[in-house]
Design a protein around this ligand. Structure first.
Ligand code: ATP
Ligand code: ZN
Length: 319
C-alpha cells in the first residue's frame, strides 16, 4: 500500500459546534457536480463532471490503443434469456434489475390510472419484458462472441463501455445504481488471458499514478449472495481471480475499487460454448474501469474546482 495522505477534510470531521460537516455527497450536490433525483445512487451529472468522465474514457482508449481491440457498444439493457444463461442470478440475484412493461388492454389501463390517482401500487400489472438492465459491460458480449464460432489462434480482444445497473442504493457517492463501466475483455488461452491481465495491472496502476491519486492493489472478491456465496467468494480470493485497484474516496479505512481485474477462467467459455481455435474451451478476463468512481476520486483528492487541479493531472486528462 502506498502512503495515503488524506486532505484535512477527508473524513468529514465534526465542526467546533459538534455538528457534522457536509458529506462529500452533499458537497457534490452543492457544487452541482451531481444532481439529486430523490433516489440514492441515481444522479444527474453536470457538464464539468461529464468532461472528466469523457477525458478518462479517451485516456483509457489511448492506453489500450496499441492492442487494436474491437470496439463494441451495447445499450444498457441486454437480452433476458442471455442474462439468465449467464449465471448472474446465481451470484447476485439482489443486484439485478429487470425491465417490466404494461401489456394490458384498455380496462387494465383504466385500473392502472385509478391506482396512480389513488396513490396505490399501480405496478402489479406490469409484466417482465425480454430486456434486463446490464449488470456489467461485458455481459452482453459473450453470447455475441460465441455466435461467431471458434476464436482465431490469437484470441480476441474487445473494448466496451456501458451504463450498468446494480440495485445497491447507498449514500456513498461511489456506489451508484446506474454508472458507467469501460472494459477491455480478452478471450483466448489461459496464457493469453493472464498476460492481458498482467499488462493491465501495470497500465492501470500507472494511469492512477499519472492522475496523482494514492492507490493500493488488493485481492478481492465479488459480493456473491447468501451462504453459498461466501464459499464462492473465498474461492475467488484463494485462487487470485480478482484484483481491485483501490483509491480512498469515502474513507481511508475502506478505499474504493476504481478498477477491477477479473479472471473468469473457463466460466463464460463453458456457459456460452466459446472455444479456442484448437477446440479447447476459451478462457476470459476483463479489466473494468468505473468511470464515475475515478472521477469522484479525482474530485476528492484534487478538489471540486477542475480548473484548480494540478497542472500534471490536467495535462494527462486534457492534453
Ligand atoms: P465493489 O466491490 O465496490 O462492489 P466490484 O469490484 O464488485 O465493486 P466490478 O463488478 O468488478 O465491481 O465492476 C467493475 C468496476 O465498476 C469497479 O472496479 C468499479 O470501479 C465500478 N463499479 C462497480 N460497482 C459500482 C457502483 N455501484 N457504482 C459505481 N461504480 C461501480
Ligand atoms: Zn467484465
Amino acid at each position: 500500500m502506498e502512503s495515503i495522505q488524506p486532505t484535512p477534510t477527508f473524513c468529514e470531521p465534526l465542526d467546533d459546534d459538534g455538528l457534522a460537516e457536509p458529506t462529500f455527497l452533499d458537497r457534490l450536490f452543492d457544487q452541482g457536480l451531481l444532481v439529486r433525483t430523490g433516489v440514492d445512487g441515481l444522479y444527474g451529472r453536470s457538464g464539468a463532471f461529464e468532461s472528466v468522465v469523457e477525458a478518462l474514457d479517451r485516456l483509457i482508449g489511448r492506453l489500450g490503443a496499441a492492442d487494436n481491440a474491437e470496439v463494441l457498444r451495447f445499450p444498457p439493457g441486454m437480452s433476458r434469456p442471455a442474462f439468465e444463461r449467464s449465471g448472474y442470478l446465481k451470484g447476485f440475484p439482489n443486484l439485478a434489475g429487470t425491465v417490466h412493461s404494461f401489456c394490458g388492454h384498455e380496462g387494465e389501463h383504466a385500473k392502472l390510472l385509478a391506482c396512480v390517482e389513488a396513490g396505490e401500487d399501480w405496478t402489479a400489472g406490469q409484466k417482465a419484458t425480454d430486456i434486463v438492465l446490464t449488470p456489467a459491460a461485458c455481459y452482453p458480449l459473450y453470447p455475441v462472441a460465441a455466435a461467431r464460432g471458434p476464436l482465431p489462434a490469437e484470441g480476441r480482444l474487445f473494448d466496451l463501455q456501458s451504463y450498468c445497473f446494480r440495485r445497491e442504493p447507498s449514500l456513498e457517492p461511489t456506489r451508484m445504481q446506474l454508472f458507467r463501466m469501460r472494459e477491455y475483455v480478452r478471450m483466448g488461452s489461459p496464457d493469453q488471458v493472464l498476460a492481458f491481465r498482467e499488462s493491465w495491472l501495470e497500465r492501470g496502476t500507472q494511469m492512477i499514478r499519472d492522475l496523482e491519486l494514492p492507490l493500493a492493489i488488493d485481492a478481492a472478491n465479488d459480493p456473491f449472495f447468501g451462504r453459498a456465496g461466501r464459499m464462492l467468494a473465498n474461492n475467488q480470493r484463494a485462487q487470485g481471480l480478482k484484483f481491485e485497484l483501490n483509491v480512498p474516496v469515502n474513507s481511508v479505512e475502506k478505499p474504493t475499487a476504481c478498477l477491477s481485474f477479473n479472471y473468469h477462467q473457463d466460466h463464460f467459455g463453458t456457459t456460452w460454448d466459446l472455444v479456442q481455435a484448437d477446440g479447447d474451451v476459451a478462457h476470459t478476463a476483463c479489466v473494468g474501469f468505473g468511470l464515475e468512481r475515478i472521477t469522484l476520486a479525482l474530485l476528492r483528492h484534487h478538489g471540486l474546482d477542475l480548473a484548480a487541479w494540478p497542472e500534471g493531472v490536467r495535462r494527462v486528462l486534457w492534453g
